[in-house]
Design a protein around this ligand. Structure first.
Ligand SMILES: [Fe+2]
Length: 201
């Protein structure tokens, strides 16, 4: 067994004009594929630890030292991207009544949540991700991580994530990360977010 690159759950051009087809090809076929290849290379050195990346990344100290950073980078890269593809859709969706109410209770309003998420995505210096997570207390929280670090390693369950590496937006948006963040809100798959929220609570 090895970790396999999952297919996109929609066509490469399905998220146009918000996320362009060329970016989706490069991002999925090249970048994500490289994480898959590299995490498999690392895991092959230690077959005894298995391939359950969520479990391994929830306790990074459990990963043998000689492959630890490779698994954090490439295993995280695989998990983050596999989730990211599912968190987008060309369909129009909106949060469930329960999630919408909890977002309002936590952040004040949906617009306040959007502002907090946008700020996390905008101010993440260099490469990384912005997240909406369920934290250890079972509460919603906006956060961000560097590189391919996953909130799972902090004991948090990601339910929405945005890749803010330049490879995610530079083809279409050039240096304008804020425009890409704004566009992302037009393609969020709230049905998937609802599912993850229900499972995390
Ligand atoms: Fe990416």
């Amino acid at each position: 067994m090895a970790i396999i690159l999952p297919d996109l759950p929609y066509a490469y051009d399905a998220l146009e004009p918000y996320i362009d087809e060329e970016t989706m090809h490069l991002h999925h076929d090249k970048h994500h594929n490289t994480y898959v290849t590299n995490v498999n290379t690392a895991l092959e050195k230690h077959p005894e630890i298995g391939e359950d990346l969520e479990k391994l990344l929830a306790d990074v100290e459990s990963i043998p030292a000689d492959i630890r950073q490779a698994v954090i980078n490439n295993g995280g890269g695989h998990l983050n991207h596999a989730l990211f593809w599912e968190l987008m859709t060309p369909a129009e969706t909106s949060p469930s009544a329960e999630l919408a109410a909890d977002i309002e209770a936590t952040f004040g309003s949906f617009e306040d949540f959007k502002a907090a998420f946008t700020a996390a995505a905008t101010t993440r210096f260099g490469s990384g991700w912005a997240w909406l997570v369920v934290n250890k207390e079972g509460k919603l929280e906006v956060t961000s991580t560097a590189n391919q670090d996953t909130p799972i390693s902090e004991g948090k369950t990601p339910i929405l994530g945005l890749d803010v590496w330049e490879h995610a937006y530079y083809v279409k948006y050039r240096n304008l990360r804020p425009n890409y963040i704004q566009a992302f809100f037009s393609v969020i798959n709230w049905k998937k977010v609802d599912e993850l929220y229900a499972a995390a609570k």
